[in-house]
Write a protein that binds this ligand. Structure first.
Ligand SMILES: *Cc1c(COP(=O)(O)O)cnc(C)c1O
Length: 371
């Protein structure tokens, strides 16, 4: 019986097993368990990778977003522009600081925030735009930068899904005043537990984040800010340094897999394939197609041993936790439509051509059989 899980760590884990076990041994023996040399080392390496001046390791992606907003002083009465289709964490960070999320619909071909629709949402309370490089594809950064300049807004990238992607050759996570990234295990660069980081070129913001992540303190028992415990775990930092060395290779493998899917599914008229905007690259965190008869297709694939997921079944504005904003169905029709027809197929380093071809054959036979 074929079994192709939605996500598998088999190949990547096998590749790094020896290094990881050694790193854990070194960490254990070092007796430096909080903010030691491994965190500093990873911060240097990830800053270099992202081509930014500073990287500050933090506890996870949501905390990275939250600290970014805090460091910029965004809070009550402020509005933050955010895409209407994103993972809930982007929006949680905004409401966490007491600010109001202002949703902007995505471009239907890229699924990323549509820059053309942003200006009509800018008010005197708008403080920032938080684009999300969704599914691994870089947003249209030229337009976003010119809007933030024109209205004097902060730009905060949510780069949780696109480590290594570029817009006109420049890395995502290097455009904003301050940018967040998640190293949740399933991301393109994933830790073996929770982890995240903030990237910035701003010296003062870097200092403020370092303080905020560590109880608001620079000197033990002297607290300058009302801070948090949002430190990057020393052990995860050591693991991340190992995995970072493979990131470009693994992203390249994801691109290859996406290319196979694109070719093999091209002829299926019931499916809309991912489209990459000119100027952008994607690191295919997810391979998301739009399909007809989604539930039936998903069940059919499950019977064939193929795991799929939906990113995301309910857009943030319709989540129960945001009932207080009184959004209703039809408020953001593009996000709502996407939530009904998107389907993510397996994509990860180690997924073989044979498996991709089996998956696409199953998809084709589903539509052949059900007219
Ligand atoms: C994963 C993710 C986050 C949150 O990251 P965590 O490390 O799980 O807190 C935020 N935004 C987006 C777009 C994500 O995909």
């Amino acid at each position: 019986m074929t079994n192709i899980p939605f996500l598998s760590f088999d190949k990547t884990n096998e590749l790094i097993a020896t290094e990881i076990k050694k790193a854990f041994g070194d960490f254990f023996d070092s007796k430096q368990y909080i903010l030691g040399e491994k965190v500093s080392q990873f911060e240097r390496e990830y800053a270099l990778y992202s081509r930014v001046k500073y990287c500050i390791g933090v506890s996870n992606g949501l905390d990275a977003l939250h600290l970014s907003l805090k460091a910029l002083g965004i809070g009550e009465k402020d509005e933050v522009i955010v895409p209407s289709n994103t993972f809930i964490a982007t929006v949680l960070a905004i409401t966490y600081v007491g600010a109001t999320p202002v949703f902007v619909e995505p471009d239907i071909s890229t699924y990323n925030i549509n820059p053309v629709l942003i200006e009509q949402k800018v008010t005197s309370n708008t403080k920032a735009i938080m684009p999300v490089h969704l599914y691994g594809q870089a947003c249209e950064m030229d337009s976003l930068l010119s809007i933030t300049k024109k209205y004097n807004l902060y730009l905060i990238e949510d780069n949780a899904q696109a480590q290594g992607a570029t817009w006109k050759g420049k890395k995502t996570g290097s455009f904003g005043h301050i940018n967040s990234v998640s190293f949740y295990p399933g991301k393109n660069l994933g830790a073996l537990g929770d982890a995240g980081a903030i990237t910035t070129d701003d010296y003062d913001l870097k200092d403020k984040i370092r303080t905020l992540r560590n109880y608001g303190s620079n000197k033990k028992y002297y607290n300058d800010l009302i801070g948090f415990n949002n430190r990057l775990d020393e052990c995860q930092a050591a693991f991340l340094s190992i995995k970072l060395k493979y990131l470009d290779e693994w992203n390249q493998e994801r691109r290859q897999i996406a290319h196979w899917y694109n070719n093999l599914l091209e002829e299926v008229s019931e499916i809309i394939l991912p489209k990459i905007k000119k100027g952008a690259t994607s690191v295919y965190h997810l391979y998301v197609i739009r399909v007809k008869k989604r539930t039936k297709l998903q069940n059919f694939l499950k019977e064939k041993g193929i795991g799929t997921l939906i990113h995301y079944p309910i857009p943030p504005h319709l989540q129960k936790c945001y009932l207080k904003y009184r959004y209703k169905v039809t408020d953001f029709p593009i996000a709502e439509e996407l939530s009904k027809c998107v389907l993510s197929l397996p994509i990860y380093p180690g997924l073989a051509y044979k498996q991709v071809s089996y998956i696409t054959e199953c998809v084709k036979s589903f539509y052949r059989g059900s007219i």
